[in-house]
Design a protein around this ligand. Structure first.
Ligand code: PMP
Length: 315
């Protein structure tokens, strides 16, 4: 996992070499974390490279911007084309894609007045985020001492740069304690989410996940999994998830663009179910990969084809 193979960045309408997509230290986005971003995946699908749920991700990008009164200076169609161009110009057939809209330098102050808005799109090859095997064997998580900030503190449905300091603290604490990932509770002590993942559990044969009332980001993978699970005939319940219920669940898993679908094997030393990939998780995971890899026609409309990779050349 590295940026080494990423050569080109889409930056304010042009493709520029990676090293040229720079920002000045006076920018409010550096000073205050003022910006919004997305995380998207392109898969090497049966029909060729395809971006998974590009429109849904860009919808969230504009919704995140609206929460912070940020005007993205490009239309959704322009950004769709820009995403494809970024993937093509780098010659990737599968990759992670990171659009970001941020304040450039301008006047000092929290209002960030007269600061130009910039948009950049990065792309780089990124395999399984929690390591090879996480999707089969499952991961070990620990309940973080850090609470997920409440939606009254910052809009949790917005994917905003500064909010990720909360995620960073939790993720680092989990690694220091020898776990793969953190689980953050909300201010009421119920499950919120992982640092970059939504949480599902299986309890009494039903699939359960929470919603924005639990101060979560509404994940695109979460939405896809809800639909896939219903298509598979499972009952999906959307409600608050007490921590005790997770501990006694028969299965649990994380969802997210980076992590995809990773079973949660244990929480703070106690096994979830039999401590591996449970049967419902396995079925959902399999259907999810058929969707992203373009082998299930029910989900073809979730894929946005990227034309054949362009040969590399200067901007
Ligand atoms: N919660 C948080 C805090 C996240 O950062 C992410 C990753 N974007 C998710 C959940 C999962 O969202 P998605 O499935 O859209 O990647």
């Amino acid at each position: 996992m590295s940026f080494e193979r990423a050569q080109w960045v889409w930056h304010n309408g042009s493709i520029v070499p990676w090293a040229d997509a720079a920002v000045h230290v006076s920018a409010p986005s550096v000073q205050y974390g003022a910006g919004i971003f997305e995380g998207i995946r392109c898969y090497e699908a049966a029909q060729g490279p395809a971006v998974f749920r590009l429109k849904a991700h860009l919808n969230r990008f504009y919704a995140s911007a609206a929460h912070y009164e940020i005007q993205i200076p490009y239309s959704p169609t322009e950004l769709e084309d820009a995403v494809r161009e970024t993937v093509q110009r780098n010659g990737f057939t599968s990759c992670y894609i990171r659009p970001i809209c941020y304040y450039g330098n301008g006047r000092p102050g929290l209002l960030a007045e007269e600061c130009p808005m910039n948009v950049a799109i990065l792309a780089w090859p990124w395999g399984s985020f929690l390591g090879a095997g996480a999707q089969a064997a499952g991961i070990r998580v620990t309940v973080s001492k850090w609470t997920k900030f409440h939606y009254d503190m910052l809009p949790t449905t917005a994917k905003a740069c500064g909010g990720y300091l909360n995620s960073m603290l939790a993720a680092r604490e989990a690694r220091h304690r020898g776990y793969d990932e953190a689980l953050l509770l909300d201010v009421h002590g119920n499950i919120a989410e992982g640092p970059a993942e939504n949480v599902f559990m299986v309890s009494q044969g039903r699939l359960i996940t929470n919603d924005e009332g639990s101060s979560i980001l509404l994940g695109v993978t979460r939405d896809s999994v809800i639909q896939i699970a219903r298509d598979l005939g499972y009952d999906v319940e959307i409600r608050t998830m007490p921590l005790d219920e997770l501990r006694s669940a028969s299965e649990a898993f994380f969802t997210g663009t980076a992590v995809e679908i990773a079973p949660i094997r244990e929480v703070d030393g106690s096994l979830i179910g039999s401590g591996g990939l449970g049967p419902m998780t396995a079925k959902i995971q399999q259907a999810f990969f058929s969707a992203v890899l373009g082998t299930d026609k029910r989900y073809f409309n979730w894929l946005d084809s990227v034309a054949a990779p362009a040969t590399r050349q200067g901007p």
